[in-house]
Design a protein around this ligand. Structure first.
Ligand SMILES: O=c1ccn([C@@H]2O[C@H](COP(=O)(O)O)[C@@H](O)[C@H]2O)c(=O)[nH]1
Length: 228
């Protein structure tokens, strides 16, 4: 049977609360995603604590710096044995090549293309005149040619990226199970449902607040699992 593709984004300020939530829904997720909020608050210790649950750990650190610095950061996290680590594709080819070369043997390195919190107006304000779709495709091509394992993009682009990178590993955040009912998406601007993302070719579905802020997180995780 295929592993559950849902990775729970544990964007919580308290380690005990994060551990309790992960434990509660562990049977209904495939992995745990620890991002900047978690890493800045709890560091290596926090990651090692979450490892005890036995689920794969996705370190969503979105590294973006000069190649030497990113490579050194990758080496510094070997000890945490992450299954997946993110860098920003906008850091460029050399940065991505060095990040991959410095990654642990079993660690997938994936590049963030266009954040799911951005729309065309946001891109335009940073000097990018392409659509989010075209920009994601362009950065996906760059990440592919730099030897990365895959990319992070929204569910709107993943189908098109999969067409041009058949064996890529695609991480899709910005998921809103109740989007069709018009429920607010918070700060996310390019959203789809988990089922839509999976059908379009996502390898990993990142879900945070729809589970972590649900009245009943276990019921929310089960409901998402049932749609897949
Ligand atoms: O483009 C991106 C890249 C990463 N993220 C991360 O995913 C989760 C999403 O959380 P929700 O609460 O489900 O919105 C969060 O940790 C982001 O840092 C993203 O949303 N978009």
């Amino acid at each position: 049977m295929n592993r559950n593709p849902v990775y729970l984004a544990l964007d919580l300020p308290r380690l005990d609360a994060a551990e309790a939530l992960a434990r509660k829904v562990a049977g209904h997720i495939g992995g745990i995603k620890l991002g900047l909020e978690f890493f800045c608050a709890h560091g290596h210790h926090g990651v090692l604590e979450l490892h005890k649950l036995g689920l794969p750990i996705f370190l969503d650190l979105k590294l973006h710096d000069i190649p030497n610095t990113v490579a050194a950061a990758m080496q510094a996290i070997h000890v945490l044995e992450p299954a997946i680590v993110t860098v920003h594709a906008a850091g460029g080819r050399a940065m991505m090549e060095d990040a991959k070369a410095a990654a642990g043997e079993h660690c997938k390195v994936v590049a963030v293309t266009v954040l799911t919190s951005l729309d065309e107006a946001d891109l335009s304000a940073t000097g990018i005149s392409s659509t989010a779709h075209d920009q994601a495709l362009r950065l996906a091509e760059l990440a592919h040619s730099a030897g990365l394992d895959g990319i992070v993009c929204s569910g709107h682009e993943v189908g098109a990226v999969r067409q041009q990178w058949k064996d890529g590993f695609f991480v899709v955040p910005g998921l809103r199970p109740n989007e069709s009912t018009g429920k607010a998406s918070g700060d996310q601007k390019r959203t789809v449902t988990p089922r839509e993302a999976r059908d379009a070719g996502a390898s990993v579905l990142v879900v945070g607040r729809p589970i972590s802020r649900a009245e009943d997180p276990l019921a929310a995780a089960r409901a998402i699992e049932a749609t897949l």
